[in-house]
Design a protein. Structure first.
Length: 141
């Protein structure tokens, strides 16, 4: 049973939930304390028309980036606005090709399209770029 010197301060339903998940919690803390070192960078690019860019940025963050943040070692997003289009670039960092493939559910360069990408993007990307990370210097994110 999960016990703490302050456990009586928590509602019963939280104490009950905690008692069943203490070992899972300990495992997740141990994993969180083990830093994952990125060895792979996965680069996705997509372009929208300028008038769709703000809406796509919000949609992409909520639907695509948030789940990615949960799985990847790190994530960076970029946007370049021009007179004819806005380009979005997402770079996600992974500890291995296998970890990346577990997230995408397919091959390393397979694109994971979001449900509304066809509505926003000028053309659907056919692949992503996957690079080995050789070195990293300074503050990069």
């Amino acid at each position: 049973m999960f016990e703490s010197r302050h456990s009586d301060q928590f509602p019963e339903h939280l104490r009950a939930r905690a008692s069943g998940t203490l070992s899972a919690f300990r495992s997740s803390v141990a994993m969180a304390d083990t830093p994952r070192t990125p060895t792979i960078a996965r680069i996705w690019r997509g372009r929208t028309l300028p008038e769709k860019a703000d809406d796509y940025e919000a949609y992409n963050y909520e639907t695509g980036i948030k789940p990615l943040i949960e799985k990847a070692v790190g994530v960076q997003t970029f946007r370049e606005d021009t007179a004819t289009h806005s380009e979005f670039v997402t770079i996600s960092y992974w500890e291995s090709i296998e970890a990346m493939a577990r997230f995408t559910g397919g091959g390393p360069t397979q694109v994971h399209h979001l449900d509304r990408d066809a509505e926003f993007l000028i053309e659907l990307p056919k692949s992503v770029q996957v690079l080995r990370l050789l070195t990293s210097h300074g503050k990069t994110g």
